[in-house]
Design a binder for this molecule. Structure first.
Ligand code: PEP
Length: 232
């Protein structure tokens, strides 16, 4: 099935009350079956019950399975919560926590080995070409995980209110897809989504040329969020 993914990244925002509000709003809608809505709240909100019309994802995980890494939470621990997806390598993690591609690939292994679906963020194709190749081959060689989501997120579009233009989004997405198409590797499910200032006004157009979107700010603004839900 050709799903369209709508991933909401709450970052270090929102609380249980907001979560309950969202859950109750979503129970009043029917999400079209080609859409998969995934909400990625802070870690403390991963263990939710009776969620309606959406799934849960984490925003990060450790690169190791267990051990003396104070403050870290492993993919294995996340797999024991309600989360089924994990965002890794978000550009804020690369910028503020100095995460490098090698570390992100280790996190990706942890995510896949624990039967979770990785949502790996990448920058523009020309900036991250080798890294994108490596993460695709890493996925292809893993037997456990069925799906990979790659989120193309140009750094300057994140949180700026200025999304990348449609031509550039399409070009970057196609360059990523060409990596596995050129190697006849489209037997596994790789979805390439776009993130960076997606909102209720531009989501329709962006979804039409991608496998979905990663939404930050607009997903924690109730009015924006409801409009987006009405579209899907
Ligand atoms: C993000 O942080 O991944 C993101 C896309 O944020 P925003 O939608 O606010 O640009």
């Amino acid at each position: 099935m050709n799903y369209k993914f709508i991933i909401c990244n709450w970052k270090m925002n929102c609380d249980q009350e907001y979560f309950n509000q969202i859950n109750s709003i979503l129970s009043n809608y029917t999400i079209k079956k080609e859409y998969k809505l995934i909400i990625c709240p802070p870690l403390t909100l991963l263990n939710q019950e009776n969620i309606i019309n959406f799934e849960i994802g984490a925003q990060n995980c450790a690169s190791e399975e267990f051990g003396s890494y104070t403050g870290e939470v492993s993919a294995r621990m996340i797999s024991q919560s309600n989360a089924r997806y994990v965002i890794i390598g978000h550009s804020e993690r690369r910028k503020y926590f100095n995460e490098k591609p090698e570390l992100i690939l280790k996190k990706m292994d942890q995510v896949m080995d624990n039967n979770l679906t990785p949502i790996v963020c990448v920058k523009r194709f020309y900036e991250d070409k080798e890294y994108i190749k490596n993460l695709i081959f890493n996925f292809i060689s893993n037997v456990k995980t069925k799906n990979l989501l790659i989120a193309y997120e140009p750094e300057e579009s994140i949180g700026s209110g200025i999304p990348d233009n449609l031509y550039s989004i399409q070009e970057n997405i196609e360059s990523i897809k060409d990596i596995y198409r050129n190697h006849n590797l489209n037997d596994k499910n790789i979805f390439v989504i776009y993130g960076g200032s997606v909102d209720k006004n531009n989501i329709k157009e962006i979804i039409s040329i991608s496998d979905g979107v990663l939404i930050g700010k607009a997903s924690i603004n109730l009015e924006q969020f409801i409009q987006i839900i009405k579209i899907i």
